[in-house]
Design a binder for this molecule. Structure first.
Ligand SMILES: O=C[C@H](O)[C@H](O)[C@H](O)COP(=O)(O)O
Length: 248
């Protein structure tokens, strides 16, 4: 398969995952809006439903998703005490059969984890390339306070994570910054055999604001493969998404 037809299949899968998730959004819900290209497809489709009369409110996990939500007419809620989300729909960079995730490829891991934690239901939407037997091939992102960077790099290297400070793709010679103005470090572990232990070790490094392992947070994932959307739940066999009239 050529690179362009594989990218187009991946886009079709992302779109199928996003539209499948949309079927389970109900009037009156308060939603968390994820970040990245798959979540963006969901936000665009959600905007169409809002313009057709669906009543929901939402908070976004990144400035880019917030801008998109505003553009497509989704009513937005500012963060406030007591705010909870019925459902957050977000993408992932990798997911395994236990619904352990790597997130943050787009740098939005901190706000994504805040909203995931404030949500009653985190639903992941993904194309089939994201499903892996073991996490770690995708470099694990960290959000890091700039002052702490050298020592964070030392600590990650000592854990075997081959850290790379992320460059800004748009501005040559500059480093990428998160929405909070922090730096992003991608850790190349290749295989993560003990994610809980690794998450604890990374989170305890001073200066690491957040790390991209999302463990025990996702309730389900819609993984699209070709023309079929599957629902993944931790430890269960994937089931056809069409068999669920409401959130799985
Ligand atoms: O920081 C970015 C997020 O974690 C995204 O949800 C993740 O990178 C997946 O993005 P995409 O849907 O573009 O593959």
């Amino acid at each position: 398969m050529s690179a362009s037809s594989s990218a187009s299949l991946q886009n079709q899968e992302k779109h199928l995952a996003a539209t499948t998730a949309l079927r389970w959004v109900r009037d009156g819900m308060t939603l968390g809006l994820g970040s990245g290209s798959t979540a963006a497809l969901f936000i665009r489709e959600l905007g169409e439903r809002v313009r057709a009369g669906l009543r929901i409110q939402a908070t976004a996990t990144s400035q880019a998703s917030e801008d998109l939500a505003r553009e497509v007419g989704i009513p937005l809620l500012e963060p406030r005490r007591g705010l909870r989300f019925d459902l957050t729909v977000d993408g992932a960079d990798e997911l395994d059969a236990q619904l352990c995730l790597i997130k943050g490829g787009g740098g939005a891991l901190l706000r994504e984890k805040v909203l995931a934690t404030a949500s009653d239901y985190l639903l992941i939407v993904a194309d089939s390339s994201k499903a892996v037997a073991q996490l770690g091939h995708f470099p694990l992102p960290l959000e890091v306070v700039p002052f702490a960077l050298p020592w964070v790099l030392d600590a990650v290297a000592a854990l075997g994570g081959a850290p790379v400070v992320r460059a800004d793709k748009q501005k040559a010679g500059e480093l990428a910054k998160s929405d909070q103005g922090n730096l992003l470090v991608d850790c190349h572990f290749e295989v993560i055999t003990t994610p809980v232990e690794l998450a604890r070790q990374l989170q305890s490094i001073p200066g690491v604001v957040e790390q991209g392992l999302f463990l025990g947070l996702a309730r389900a994932a819609v993984v699209a493969q070709g023309g079929q959307a599957w629902v993944w739940r931790a430890g269960l066999e994937p089931a056809a998404a069409d068999s669920f009239a409401a959130l799985p």
